[in-house]
Design a protein around this ligand. Structure first.
Ligand SMILES: Cc1ncc(COP(=O)(O)O)c(C=O)c1O
Length: 920
C-alpha cells in the first residue's frame, strides 16, 4: 500500500522546486530583514516575518552540519534579546559561508562563527594549504539519542582526525527513518550513513517541502515494519535512492544474520560496538575507494618519471614543442603536463586499452560499479564508435534488428557493417514542432508478434532505441524490456544513452536507465512473488486466442521467469553530459549471457573499432569523471535539474518572455495516450510545481526536465536563424539543437545560476528587440513578418514515416514482415553504373514517380536538423518524403547533391538485385 502523504498544502512553498531552493531563499530573506533591523530601518511586520522564517529554517538545519543546531539556537537567542546588529552579523556570515561553500574548506569551529570575528579566517590561513583544501563531507548517523550523547559521539569521532587524513568530515545526527531519508536526499554533502538500532520510524517535522522527499522515495508498507527491521529496510531505501553512499549498519542482532539480509547495500555491519576508531577509519577508507582514480593517478605518476623517448611520437614529454622556435605557444597554451602525459607506453605503471590488466582495467571496473553495470568499457572515439562495437559484437548477417528510425547515424552504419536485416520503427511525430518523439511500445510489440506469427522470432536479435532522445523524451525502459522479453525472452537491448550519462545520479532519472532497469528486472524475475504473478497473468492471458495480435496488444505481457535472460547494453557519451574530454564515452553492459555468448565477439568488435593509439588524456578524464559522479553526481544533477526548472519558471512568468516565447511542456511533447499520469507540465504559473514522480514511475514517456525546448515560431525567426544569427552571433550563446520553430537549451552539471541569469537577460533583450522591430514595421514589412510567423506556426510539412525497403532489398518480399537488407543496397551503390541522379528541383524525380516508377535511394540522406536519415540505401522514396525534403529550410543535407539531385538506383540495377536476392 502506498504510503499516505502528509498533508500537502499549496502555499507559497509550491513556488519552490525543492527544499534546497527554499532553504537558500529563506536564509537570504532572513539576512535582508535582519539587516533592516540592525540598521534601524525595520518595518512593522519585520519582526514577525523574521521569527516565522527562523522557525521555518530551523527544522531544515537539522539535516546539515553547517551552520548546525547550536548556531540556530544562538540566532534564536539573539533575536529574542533584540541584539539585531549581532544577529545580522552572524546571519550574514552564515549566508556568505553557505553561498560560497567556504565552510567546506575550514575546520568547522562553531565558536569562531558565532564570534563573528576574523579569527577563523586567520586560523584557516595559518593552516597548511593541503589541509584547508582537502575534500569535506558529512556523515549521517541515524540514532535516537540526546543532544549530550550526540556531542559526545561527535567528539569521539572527530578526536581521531589527523593532519595527514585525505578528507575531513562532520557528523550529523537524525532520530528517525524518515529523517534519515530526508537527510540523504536534501543534503548532498552526505557521503556515508551510519545506521544504528533503536531509532524511530516517523519524523517529528511535517513540512510540505521536506515531505516531498518522502514522496519521491515512494515508500510502501512502512507501517508494517517491525522496529528490529528498520535498519535493514533503511539501508535498502537509502541504497535505492543514493547507491553511491557508504552505509554502515550497527546492530544488536546476530551480525551474520543481518549481513546476509542487507546484501550489497552495506559496506560493513558492526556489532553493537562503540568502536569509533574503526568507524572513523572505515568512513575515510570508504570515501577513498570512490576518490581513487587508478588510471589518472598512474598517468600522473608516469609523467613525473624521467624517460628517454626513442620511438615515434615527438610530442611525448613536450620535446618537439619545447625546442621549437615556432610552436612554443602551443606549450604555453596547454601547459606542459599534457605533453608529459602524452605517451604510447603501456607498461611502467600504465596499461593497454586493448588488453587491460592494470589501472585501465581497474578504472573500468570502478566505472561499472558507479554506473550499475556488470562491465564497463571505455572508448576514446565517442558513442559513434561504441554503438558500432555493440552492434557488431551481437549481430550477425541475417539477424533481424528492430531500430528506431530517428536514431543516431552510427546505428544505421552499424546495421550496414553487421549485415543485419533491419526493421525501422517509427516514432510518434510532433508535426507542429517539426520533431519526432519516440517509438510507442505498442508498435514494437506489434512487430514482434507479427515476426512471431511469421515464424521469424528466432532470428530477431536486438531492439535498439535512443534514451533519452535529443529532445528529452525518456522511455519507460523497464516496461519496454519486460513486455518485449515476454515475446522474445532473450532479446538484446541496446539503449543509446549518449545524452543520459548523468541520469544514474538522480534518483528519479536512474529508474529510467538501462543498467538500473536491467538490474531491477533480473531481481524481480528471480523472486517467488514474480512466479506467482506470472502464473496468475498467464491464466488471464489464456483467454486471448492464439495469434490474436490485437488482443495481446491490449495486455501487459510478462516474461516466463524460466526462460527470460536479461541482456542490456547502454552506450553513453560521457563527454556530453559529465566531465570527460571530447570523445570520451563508455559502453555499459548487463548481459547474463555475456561470458557464454558474447565475450569473444565483443573483443573482436572492440578491436575492429578501437585505435591502437588511444588517447590517454581522454581515458584519464573518464576515470576522473567517474570519481566526480560517485562523490558529487547527486548534487550536480540535482542542481542541473533545479536550474532548468528555474529557467522554465522565469520564461513562463516573465510578461515579455511569455509573450514571445513558450517553453514546451510535457503535454506539448508527449501525446496524452502516452502520459498515463495525466501530468501536463512540470511548472504551471498558477499552481507552481507539479510532483513529477507519478509521471516518471508509470508513464510510457516522460520528459527530461534538463532539456528546455523554447518555441520561437512566434518571433518570425526559424530555429536555425535564431540559433546562429541571434543567440550565437549577437550574444555568444551556444546551443546545438533546433527544429523549424524551436531551439533547445540544455542545462548540464557545469551550468551555474549566473549562466541561467545571463540567458534570461539575453532572452529579455531579444524579446525587447523583437517588440521594437515589429512596432516600427511599415505595412509591407509587417505583412512579410506575419507571413513568416504564419508559416512557422501553421505551415509545417508533415514528418514522413519510414516508407519501406524496395523488394530488391527484401530477403522475403512476399512475407508479412518488412525487414530489409540495407548492406546489399549500400554496397550496390559503390558501382557507379547502378546509380543515377534524379533532380528534386528540375522535376525529373517528380516525373519518374508520376510515371509509376519506384524510386529507390542509393544513399543515406541526412538533413540537419533533424540529423537522422530521412532516406536510407534501399528505401523507396515516397511522396511524403519528397514533400518534406522540398520544404526543408535547412542548409545542410548530407548525402544530397543540390547540383545533381538524389542518388537513386537505376531500374535495371533493381531488377538484377531482386534476382540476386531471390537466389540467396
Ligand atoms: C543519440 C546519439 N547517439 C550517439 C551519438 C554519437 O555520440 P559521440 O558524439 O559521442 O560519438 C550522438 C551524437 O550526437 C547522439 O545524439
Amino acid at each position: 500500500m502506498p504510503r499516505k502523504a502528509k498533508t500537502q498544502t499549496r502555499s507559497s512553498l509550491s513556488q519552490y522546486y525543492n527544499a534546497s531552493m527554499f532553504r537558500a531563499d529563506t536564509w537570504n530573506r532572513i539576512k535582508n530583514l535582519c539587516q533592516r533591523l540592525a540598521e534601524g530601518r525595520g518595518r512593522p511586520d519585520d519582526l514577525e516575518a523574521v521569527s516565522s522564517l527562523i522557525e521555518q529554517v530551523s527544522p531544515m538545519e537539522e539535516y546539515f552540519a553547517f551552520p548546525g543546531r547550536l548556531v540556530v539556537l544562538q540566532i534564536k537567542s539573539l533575536f529574542r534579546d533584540e541584539a539585531y546588529e549581532e544577529l545580522f552579523a552572524l546571519v550574514n556570515k552564515i549566508v556568505g559561508a553557505l553561498m560560497s561553500e567556504s565552510y567546506r574548506r575550514k575546520h568547522i569551529n562553531l565558536h569562531s562563527i558565532i564570534d563573528v570575528s576574523e579569527q577563523d579566517e586567520e586560523e584557516a590561513e595559518d593552516n597548511d594549504e593541503r589541509i584547508r583544501r582537502r575534500p569535506y563531507f558529512e556523515v549521517l548517523i541515524v540514532d535516537d539519542i540526546s543532544h549530550a550523547q550526540q556531542r559526545q559521539q561527535r567528539d569521539s569521532l572527530t578526536d581521531f582526525r589527523r593532519d595527514e587524513d585525505a578528507f575531513t568530515y562532520e557528523p550529523i545526527f537524525v532520530p528517525s527513518f524518515e529523517d534519515a531519508l530526508i537527510a540523504v536526499l536534501f543534503n548532498p554533502a552526505i557521503q556515508s550513513v551510519v545506521i544504528r538500532f533503536g531509532f524511530k520510524l516517523r519524523s517529528a517535522h511535517n513540512m510540505p517541502v521536506l515531505n516531498r522527499y518522502l514522496m519521491q522515495a515512494q515508500l510502501e508498507n512502512l507501517d508494517d515494519l517491525e522496529p528490529q527491521d528498520y535498519g535493514v529496510a533503511l539501508a535498502d531505501v537509502v541504497n535505492a535512492m543514493r547507491p553511491e553512499l557508504d552505509l554502515y549498519l550497527v546492530t544488536d542482532q546476530a551480525v551474520e544474520d543481518i549481513a546476509g539480509r542487507v546484501g550489497d547495500a552495506c559496506r560493513r555491519v558492526f556489532y553493537n560496538r562503540e568502536d569509533f576508531l574503526e568507524l572513523h577509519t572505515n568512513i575515510l577508507r570508504g570515501v577513498d575507494a570512490r576518490y581513487d582514480t587508478p588510471f589518472f593517478t598512474a598517468l600522473k605518476q608516469y609523467s613525473k618519471q624521467p624517460t628517454g623517448v626513442f620511438h615515434a611520437m615527438p610530442i611525448s614529454r613536450g620535446k618537439s614543442i619545447a625546442k621549437s622556435h615556432w610552436i612554443k605557444d602551443m606549450g604555453e597554451f596547454y601547459g606542459m603536463n599534457i605533453f608529459l602525459a602524452e605517451t604510447s607506453a603501456t607498461s611502467g605503471g600504465l596499461d593497454s586499452l586493448l588488453e587491460p590488466h592494470g589501472p585501465i582495467k581497474k578504472a573500468q571496473e570502478m566505472a561499472a560499479r558507479a554506473f550499475g553495470a556488470r562491465k564497463t568499457f571505455f572508448a576514446t572515439n565517442g558513442t559513434s564508435t561504441c554503438n558500432k562495437i555493440v552492434v557488431q559484437a551481437l549481430v550477425r548477417p541475417g539477424d533481424i534488428v528492430l531500430v528506431d528510425r530517428d536514431c543516431h547515424k552510427s546505428h544505421h552504419y552499424g546495421m550496414v557493417l553487421s549485415g543485419a536485416e533491419v526493421i525501422y520503427l517509427d516514432s510518434f511525430p510532433l508535426h507542429q514542432y517539426s520533431m519526432y518523439g519516440a517509438v510507442p511500445l505498442r508498435e514494437i510489440k506489434k512487430i514482434l508478434l507479427e515476426l512471431k506469427a511469421a515464424g521469424k522470432l528466432h532470428r530477431v536479435k536486438m531492439l535498439l532505441l535512443t534514451n533519452c532522445t535529443f529532445d528529452g523524451i525518456v522511455y519507460n525502459v523497464e516496461r519496454y524490456m519486460e513486455e518485449c522479453l515476454a515475446i522474445k525472452p532473450d532479446l538484446v537491448f541496446l539503449w543509446d544513452e549518449a545524452w543520459f550519462g548523468f541520469a544514474r545520479f538522480g534518483p528519479t532519472y536512474r529508474t529510467r536507465t538501462a543498467m538500473h532497469s536491467a538490474d531491477t528486472l533480473r531481481k524481480k524475475y528471480k523472486s517467488e512473488a514474480y512466479r506467482t504473478l506470472y502464473a496468475k497473468k498467464q491464466k488471464e492471458l489464456a483467454k486471448v486466442k492464439d495469434g490474436d495480435i490485437d488482443g495481446l496488444l491490449e495486455k501487459h505481457l510478462y516474461p516466463d521467469p524460466d526462460k527470460v535472460r536479461i541482456r542490456a547494453y547502454a552506450t553513453q557519451s560521457t563527454h556530453k553530459t559529465l566531465t570527460a574530454l571530447r570523445q570520451g564515452s563508455m559502453i555499459h553492459m548487463y548481459d547474463q549471457d555475456f561470458n557464454s555468448k558474447v565475450e569473444e565477439s565483443f573483443h573482436e568488435a572492440y578491436m575492429t573499432h578501437t585505435s591502437t593509439s588511444p588517447n590517454y588524456q581522454i581515458l584519464a578524464s573518464l576515470d576522473v569523471g567517474r570519481r566526480q559522479v560517485e562523490l558529487e553526481g547527486f548534487d550536480l544533477v540535482q542542481k542541473q535539474v533545479e536550474l532548468a526548472m528555474v529557467l522554465r519558471q522565469r520564461v513562463s512568468t516573465h510578461p515579455l518572455l511569455s509573450k514571445h516565447f513558450k517553453v514546451l511542456t510535457v503535454r506539448d511533447m508527449i501525446p496524452a495516450e502516452h502520459r498515463q499520469s495525466g501530468i501536463e507540465s512540470y511548472y504551471d504559473p498558477e499552481r507552481g510545481w507539479n510532483e513529477i514522480w507519478d509521471a516518471w514511475s508509470g508513464d510510457e514517456f516522460c520528459l527530461d526536465a534538463t532539456r528546455v525546448t523554447l518555441f520561437v515560431g512566434g518571433t518570425g525567426l526559424d530555429g536555425d536563424t535564431f540559433k546562429n544569427d541571434v543567440l550565437m552571433d549577437q550574444y555568444g550563446i551556444q546551443i546545438n539543437k533546433t527544429s523549424r520553430n524551436t531551439v533547445l537549451f540544455m542545462t548540464n552539471i557545469g551550468t551555474t545560476r549566473s549562466s541561467i541569469a545571463y540567458l534570461i537577460e539575453i532572452l529579455v533583450k531579444i524579446a525587447k528587440d523583437l517588440e521594437e522591430r515589429t512596432e516600427d514595421m511599415n505595412g509591407p514589412e509587417r505583412r512579410v513578418h506575419e507571413k513568416k510567423v504564419h508559416s512557422l506556426t501553421h505551415e509545417l510539412p508533415p514528418l514522413p514515416d519510414f516508407s519501406r525497403f524496395h523488394d530488391a532489398f527484401r530477403p522475403d518480399p512476399n512475407g508479412t514482415t518488412p525487414e530489409g537488407d540495407m548492406r546489399t543496397a549500400f554496397f550496390l551503390a559503390y558501382a557507379e553504373e547502378e546509380c543515377e541522379y534524379l533532380g528534386l528541383t528540375d522535376g525529373t524525380l517528380a516525373k519518374a514517380m508520376e510515371e509509376g516508377r519506384q524510386v529507390v535511394s542509393a544513399t543515406f540522406i541526412i538533413p540537419y536538423p533533424p540529423g537522422f536519415p530521412i532516406l536510407v540505401p534501399g528505401q523507396v522514396v515516397s511522396d511524403e518524403i519528397i514533400e518534406f525534403l522540398r520544404n526543408l529550410d535547412v542548409k545542410e543535407i548530407h548525402g544530397y547533391r543540390s547540383d545533381l539531385g538524389l542518388r537513386v538506383f537505376t531500374e535495371d540495377a533493381l531488377v538484377r538485385s531482386a534476382e540476386r536476392m531471390r537466389g540467396k
